[in-house]
Design a protein around this ligand. Sequence first.
Ligand code: 5MM
Length: 337
Amino acid sequence: MNVAQLSSVAEAMVADNKGLLAADESTGTIKKRFDSINIESTEEARRDYRETLFTTNGLGDFISGVILFDETIRQSAADGTRLAEILERQGILPGIKVDAGAKPLAGSDGETVTEGLDGLAGRVAEYVDLGAKFAKWRAVIKIGDHIPSRACIHVNAHALARYAKICQEGGLVPIVEPEVLMDGGHTIERCADVTEATLNAVYDELYAQGVVLEGTILKPNMVISGKECPKQAGVDEVAVATVAILKRTVPSAVPGIMFLSGGQTEIQATEHLHAMNANHAPLPWKLSYSYGRALQEGALKAWGGNNANRQSAQAMLLNRARQNSSACAATYTGEAA
Ligand code: 5MM
């Protein structure tokens, strides 16, 4: 394993106040996104949409890497240039989702375990040949009356660590993503407890399986109120709670923590990130973003399935990327009127 190389890629992912664009929606998820703008999810439409995002002029000023889906890393733009190559020309690292999705966990009350370890070493080797520099695996932890169970947290943490080790051996930096969902009526305090238990289990397993933390990135949820909770925590409360839980659980050897947005609005996701960086420095790790919906929502609507709208879609994406980069630098001053 080339530890120096892994660690230099991980450092580059969080350098210069940059973040990641999560564009690795699986076929089912991108269909849902396209349904919201009444567009049929064909291979060509998915290609056109992602080509629109990746050809945004100046995207590399704010985005260090893009997480791709298997189909996308193999796809070419309309002019025949590989989409991964378009990213590289912008100075953006291509990454790849390698999990096979969250599947029902046997014997549980609606919980899931993320699958995809079978044959992973072989797929990692292929993705390295296709230009990938990092990988992503997302575990899903749901909060409910009697969940998450210890078993659900344990099996997901174990699989995340196995994935991370396999990726490092194959030459990819693993993004470790244990997502505690915002769905439900739970309080921010309950989210804090579940996030703390989950991150403790994840770092136990990473240690047990010999994963080199310097060559990893953590992609967690923020500590936040459930979407249906009547009392919604404010921006500062979210920042305080998130930083407190991360300090308790994430070793300082980890170079960067790149949050998921998880259903927050675009602006909330920026405000929370800014509050953490502005009010809680110095921190042992860089705090940045790896947003899917919170970078793409406006761009997707502006594109609307019509390539004639490419420029306005790109302007929306570039603006969100710029604002989140300012949040990393603690210089975000709100949205222009
Ligand atoms: C872009 O969405 C990713 C893939 O989701 P599926 O496997 O369900 O298709 C997702 O993992 C994403 O990378 C993270 O959830 C972050 O995205 P958000 O929208 O939460 O910032």
